[in-house]
Each structure stands twice: as C-alpha cells, then as structure tokens.
Design a protein around this ligand. Structure first.
Ligand code: GLU
Length: 279
C-alpha cells in the first residue's frame, strides 16, 4: 500500500482539540489516498498511561467518525523487545551507561561550551564501558560515533508540512549541538525513549507517512539517525500547525477545558469539532 499513516496518542489523559485535528487530518489524508489509517497507543510510560484513557480515546475517535484499520497497536507489551534491539547498538560501541542525576547534569553544565545549548548532555559518562552498567543507569547514544557510521551518509528526510516543507539533510554539526547523546533507555529495563519506540513502530507498522504536530519536528533528526542505525526506512513527514488556546499557547493534555469529551457532553457534533479546528 502506498500510503499508510497512524495516529499515535499517549493514553495519559483525554484527547483535546489538537489531537482531534491531528487524527482527522491523518485519517482524511489516508482515506483520500486509498491508504490505511492505523491507531497506536504510545503507552510506554507505565505509571501515567491508563486503560481508561485508552478507552476514552478510542471512544472519542469513533464518535468523530474515524475508523482505524486493524487492531490497536500497543507499545507497552513490546518494551522488552525494544530494549533487546538496543543490544545491537551496544555491540557496535554506540551506547554507554549513564548514572548522572539531573543535579549532576546541571553541575556539568555550569561551564557550558560555546554554542552548546543547555539541554544537550555534556557527555560526563561518555566512554564508560557497557560492562560497567549498574542497575538504574540510563543508556545513552554516543552521537558523534553514530554520526561517523557509513550508514549515516546523506541521511535526510522529506517534509511536506506547511512550515518546513522540503528536504532536510541531517547535518552532523547541528545534530551534535541540538541533540547530543540522548537517553534511549531509562530506569533499568523498564522504559525506553519515546523517539526510539516510535522509530521502531513506524517501521514495524509499515508507516509511509507520519502526520503529527509541529512540536515534534525537532525530534525528527534523531528518529532518522536511529532509523539509519537500525536499517529501517524513513517515512515522509508532515508536521502540521498546532491548535492553540486563546492566549496562543499550545493545548496540552491538562487543558481539560478543551477535552473532546467536554465538547461532546455540551452537545457539540463531529462537524462542529471539524469547524473548530479549521477543517
Ligand atoms: N505520542 C506522541 C504524542 O502524543 C505522538 C508521537 C508521534 O506522532 O510521533 O505527542
């Protein structure tokens, strides 16, 4: 199939208008292309994700008239598999264990290098061997080593969204400055980073087009780097505009006032929701 897309909410709260926009857009584009629209629950955060939120999300989507193809795909049962796949990177010397607490990271950042933004990990634990990994250590990607790999040559992604349309080559210098040695797995074996699970799943589900909010645009280069390292295909990306509140702030799950379920209970119709998000 030439066009396979997905809606991938995290079941940590109710869907709001921003989610509705994302889901409707992905669904309508898939249907217009004669393709598939899949539903994936990004539920790797076992503490915050709840079955009742998943049930409400499915209910809201059905109410909107969005029918997904196939069963709902869940990430939580795959966490051990994601971690096992990381062994491949460890064997290539691309990972290292990290025991830095937030406080340590802050201290290391007290003397920042020029041009390195504060959120980028300063590399305190870089060079620690995997054999040295202790319970509770995070696993970080050694980004400089990863970028030096032959499979990273000419890495890029195509974007069709309104703000950044075009071909985006992965520039190693920019990646080092803005991404750095990201954490791929945390708290022992139980949690993996969102962008790792999502990169695996986009490939496992055969996603050809990723349609999601502009707030995730900056995560795309790291996902492309991971796709290359694991030999996975890179989908075409479309980062859409965000639905904002009256003050111009991006809507978040905690903005219950904008929850779809609230509009539903007040008598709004799916057509009203489409109109509210400008579709
Ligand atoms: N789970 C992410 C979220 O709810 C979306 C991830 C994606 O679409 O790639 O923000």
């Amino acid at each position: 199939m030439a066009f396979v897309t997905r809606f991938a909410p995290s079941p940590t709260g109710p869907l709001h208008l921003g989610h509705a926009y994302s889901a409707i857009l992905a669904h309508d584009l898939a249907r217009a292309a004669g393709g598939a629209f899949l539903l994936r629950m990004e539920d790797t955060d076992l503490e915050r994700c709840k079955p009742e939120w998943q049930a409400l999300i499915e209910d809201d989507l059905r109410w909107l008239g969005l029918v997904w193809d196939g069963p709902v795909y869940r990430q939580a049962p795959r966490i051990a598999d994601y971690n096992a796949r990381l062994d491949g990177l460890a064997a290539q010397d691309l990972l290292y264990p990290c025991s830095c607490s937030r406080g340590d990271i802050r201290a290391a950042l007290a003397a920042p290098q020029e041009g390195v933004p504060h959120s980028v990990y300063p590399g305190t634990c870089r060079g620690r061997p995997m054999a040295d990994r202790r319970a509770g250590d995070a696993l970080r990607l050694d980004l400089a080593r990863a970028l030096a790999r032959p499979e990273m040559r000419a890495a890029s992604f195509s974007e069709t969204g309104p703000t950044h349309a075009g071909l985006h080559p992965i520039d190693p210098n920019t990646a080092r400055q803005h991404i750095g040695d990201v954490v791929l797995s945390r708290k022992g074996e139980n949690i993996v980073a969102y962008f790792l699970a999502s990169a695996f799943d986009d490939a496992d589900q055969g996603i050809t087009h990723v349609i999601r909010g502009e707030d995730l645009f900056d995560f795309t280069p790291i996902q492309v780097i991971l796709q290359r390292l694991f030999g996975l295909p890179t989908p075409i990306y479309h980062h859409h505009r965000l639905i904002r509140d009256d003050a111009g702030k991006r809507l978040a799950k905690r903005d219950d006032a904008r929850a779809l379920s609230k509009y539903r209970s007040e008598g709004a119709t799916p057509a009203d929701i489409r109109a509210m998000v400008g579709l």
